[in-house]
Design a protein around this ligand. Sequence first.
Ligand code: CTP
Length: 443
Amino acid sequence: MTEHFSVKLPEEVAHILKALNDNNHQAYIVGGCVRDIILNKDPKDWDISTSATTDEIKAIFNKTIDTGIKHGTVSVVIGNKVVEVTSFRTFNPDESKSLITDLSHRDLTINSMAYHPEEGLLDPFSGLEDIKNAVIRAVGNPSDRFMEDPLRMLRAVRFSATLGFDIDKSTLDAIKSCSQLIVNISRERIRDELTKILISNRPFKFILLRDVQLLKYILPEFDICFDITQNHPYHIYNVAEHSLKAVSEIENDIGLRWAILLHDTGKAVTKFTDKDGTDHFYGHPEKSVDIAKNVLERLKFDNKTIAKVCRLIRHHDKRIQPDFKSVRKAVNTIGEDFFMDLLKVQEADKKGQNPEFLNTSLTELNKIKEIYKEISNEKHCLSVKDLKINGRDLIALGFRQSKEIGCILEKLLNNVLEKPELNTYNDLIEMAKSLKNQQGESL
Ligand code: CTP
C-alpha cells in the first residue's frame, strides 16, 4: 500500500538513497524517522534499509564506518552527517530478503513504515491508521515479535507513555504471556526504557508495567509497594499508587522522577500497625535509600544520579519549619545544591497524599521557599566555608588537631545558623576563644 506523501529529506539522506538507487539497489528510509515525520516531529536520526549488502554499501560510499556488520549495518558519513544504512533483515533462513520481510520483523506498526521520495509511504502493516487511531500494536503476531526481542514489550509501554496511545488488547495480552522473557534483556536497556517512561508527559503509564506483569521481574521492590496499604489520615492510596501520583506532580527530570518513584519503597519493610489500626512507617526514608541504591546500581545508573536520588530520598520526609533558623539548618544538612530539589520532592509527595491537607502543606512549603530566597539573596552563612574565619585563624589561636578544628568550626557554624549576625571575624574569634577555655576547664 502506498500513500500520497511528500517529505523534505535532509540533503545527505536524499543523496544516499539516490546513490544506492543509481547502483540498482532498493533503498528506503524506515522506522522511527518515518513515524516522527507523520507525527510532525523532527526525527532524531535517519535510518535507511536497502537491498545492498554491507560490502556493496561500502563500495558505493567514500567514507563508511563498520557500525554493526554482523547485523548488516554500515554508517555512511557525508560531511558531518552520519546515517545508518542496513541491509534488509531476515529472521529465518527460508525468508527472502525484501523490504516487506524487513518491516514484518520490526516491533510496532507505527515503527514499521518506509518512505521513498518516488514511491511515497509504504505501510504494509497499517501504521498510519494506528497513528491516526492512537494505537500501539505489535506487527503481525505480537508474541513472535516479543520473542525476537523482549525489550519490545517495554518499548510498547514507553511509546504508549510518550505518545499517549493505548496499547491494543492482543498486544497487551501477548506482553502478559511473554513478560518473563524480559529477564534476558540487559539492565542498561531496561534502565533507558524505564527512564523514558518516567520522564514522559504521562509517567502514570508506568502502572501498565504492573498490569502486564513486567514490573515484578524488573523492579520487584516497587511492584510489592502496590500491596502496601496505608491506613493513615494523610494517605488515600497504597504506597505505589501514591508514588506514581507524586511522579506526575514533579518536573520531568531524571533524578527527580526516580527519587519520587522510589522514595517510599522502604515502607514495604517498615510497616507497623498500631492498636487503633493506624499504619506507621518509622525510619522508612533510610530503608528507601538502601533499596533505591540497590535498584539504581543494578540498573547501572551513573554515580552522580545515584547520589542525587539517594540524598533526596534520605531527606524527603524531613520536617522543615517555615522560619529562618530552621530553613538555614535544613539547607546546611541537605546541601545548597539539592535544597530546591528537595522542596520539589516534598511538594510532589504532598500532592500524592490526602488532598484534604494539601493547602496547608503547600502554604508551608511556599513560605519555606520564600525564606530560602531571602536567605540566598542576603547570602546568609549556610556552611562552614561561609564562616568569616577559617582553620588557619583557629591554628593561630592555638588549636592543633584538624579534628578539633573541624569540630570547633561546626560549633561556630551552629551558632551562626541560629544567629547570622554573629558571622563576623571578631565575634567568631571570641566564640572560639571561649570554646577553647571551656575545653581547658573540662580537661
Ligand atoms: N526496532 C525494533 N525492535 C527494537 C528496537 C527497534 O523493531 N527492539 C526497529 C523499529 O522499527 C524502530 C527502529 O528499529 O523504529 C529504530 O530503532 P530505535 O532507533 O531504537 O528506535 P526509534 O523507533 O527510532 O525510537 P527511539 O529513538 O525513540 O528509541
